[in-house]
Every structure is written in C-alpha cells, then in structure tokens.
Design a protein around this ligand. Sequence first.
Ligand SMILES: [Zn+2]
Ligand SMILES: [Zn+2]
Length: 345
Amino acid sequence: MPIKYPMAVISAPRKVDFQEKTLPVLGDEEVLIKVRAAAICGSDLHLYKGLHPSVALPVTVGHEAAGEVIEVGKAVTRHQVGDRVTIEPVIACGKCEYCVRGNYHLCVNISFQYREGQGAFAPYFIVHQDHAFRLPENISYEEGALIEPLSVAMHAVKKSGIRLGHSSAVFGAGAIGMLVSMLSKQASGVGSFICDIHPYRLKKALEMGAQMAINSREEDPVKVILESTGDLGVDKSFEAVGLDTTLIQSLQVLKRGGNATLLGIFEKTDINFPVNIFVQREVSLYGSQGYSWDFQDSLKMLRNGSIDLKPLITHKVSLQNLQQGFDILLSPKNESIKVIIQMED
Ligand SMILES: [Zn+2]
Ligand SMILES: [Zn+2]
C-alpha cells in the first residue's frame, strides 16, 4: 500500500492548507527522510503574504528541515538507515556554466524543492544523497533545521570579506541578521552594531554578542553609528530586511571604501537610491544568494561548538498548527526569532 501523508501548501495569502501526497518510489541515489523538525524562514513569510517576488500561489512550503533517514536507494553510499541528517533544499542543474565551475548557487536553472512541489512542512522528504548532511551528535534535530539559515548567513559573511579587526553593522535582527551578527563577530573579533525596530529582537541580539543595539524607530541608526565610530563608519554592513530605507542606511554607515552585502528579499523593488555615494565614497554593494558549499562549513562550526543556535528558537508548534506559527512571526509585537515545527512520530 502506498503511504499517504499531508504536505503544507500556502493556498492563498495568509492561508495554510494541507495537500494529500503519496510517497513516490525512491530513486537509486535518493534517501527518504522522516522529518523531525522544520523551521519557518523569512522567505516563507513572503510566500505566506503572497508577496514573494519570484513565486506565485498556491505553493508547497518549507525548506529548513532535519530528520532521520528511514530508507535509502539502491546506489546510496553516503547514508544509512538511522542517520540523523539536515537537508540542503536547493536544486541546481549541474550542467550550466556556473554549476560546472562549482558555483551552483548561481545556476541558471536554480530552483528549490518547495517550488517543485516538495515542502518540508510534511512528515517525509526525499532528496539526492548529496543533499543530506549528517548532523554532529551534539546537534538536535531542531538545531539541525537551522543549518540552512546559518548557511545563508555564512555565505553572506564570507562574501563581505570581513577580517580580523573589521567593524560591522547589521540591519535587521531577525534570524538571518542575528546569525550574520554572530558570524561577523567570529570572523572579525569585533561585535557588530545591530539595527531593528523590535525591542525583543534587539535585546536578544545583545545577548548573542552584538556590541550595540539600535532601535531605528527611536534613533537614526546612521547618526548613532557615525557618532560611535568617530564619524568614520563601519568596514562592512549587511542588509537583512528588504526595505529601501535600510538598504540606503546600510550604504550610509560605511567607511570610505567599505562594502554592504544585501541578503533581504524586497517586496517593493522600485527604489530611489543616492547613487553618487558609490563613486564619491568608493563603497560597494554585494548581493548574496543562498549558499554554495556553506553547509559543510556550518557543520564544522556546530561540531566544535563555536556557534550555538539554540537561543534563536523562541517558539515551537505542531504541524497542524503551522498557520499559528506564521502568525506568531507576523504579529506586530514580534517577540519571536525562529518558530520550529515539531513533527510527531
Ligand atoms: Zn531559509
Ligand atoms: Zn546549473
């Protein structure tokens, strides 16, 4: 008898439904994973609102997950039944110029499992063996579900070229901003300035090692950062919000010759921009897309305990209450960072 199971779908703006799926026959190089924990991503919130710039509704949802391997295809060599793994949910073609050069995050045919009908808010997930990574023993499934966002932050921090002694500013203290702030500190030895409008998140960012938290609703972050750096500004900045205001601020806080790295997804894309800043101050703006060989490095940091993801988990809900999880993250009070979906047996 084929196994039937529910998979979450965003069927209309702010509406979660469940589709009945049937487990397909496992491919030779695929592994079947029993999902144990999944997490809601900032990009899932754009989907939930029906405002994701490159995805239309209805769509299956969820791409941050960890679980147990319960079946392996005939030709699988990297995994065994019982392995605890996290999932890299990207799909690259392996054939284009970028893939062949190893830059699969730039694949011209890039997609993600959830966009192809396989969301992680479901009890089962199937991936090619190369897209499952074994979890270190000290890492729980819940933390394992956060390796995807950690890898997004890792990619951006590497891209920025931050080095020992560099100062940094992070716009947005959601999960990604928080992780960028933690990793920047690891790379530079210097805590970052972090800017947001939610007091809860700012407090949390300080607990996680940020040097100064700035409430952009109460103070002008550009002014505060310039004042705190003797009018110099910072070497590196990161935009993890997706708004024109924070994008412009991320450039205005830079030292001459500094660079800003953009990770936020913009719902509104026609932006008024002070373009002369690039030439006059010789600043640069980088984009950072997903991850490419970053899961491996995230796992190294987790294995030796140099980063702790547990404090980012603020809420847990069951799969049936997924919609509640989205609403927690979108509530105006916003006392949440990461909502974990716990799967029962
Ligand atoms: Zn994500
Ligand atoms: Zn490709």
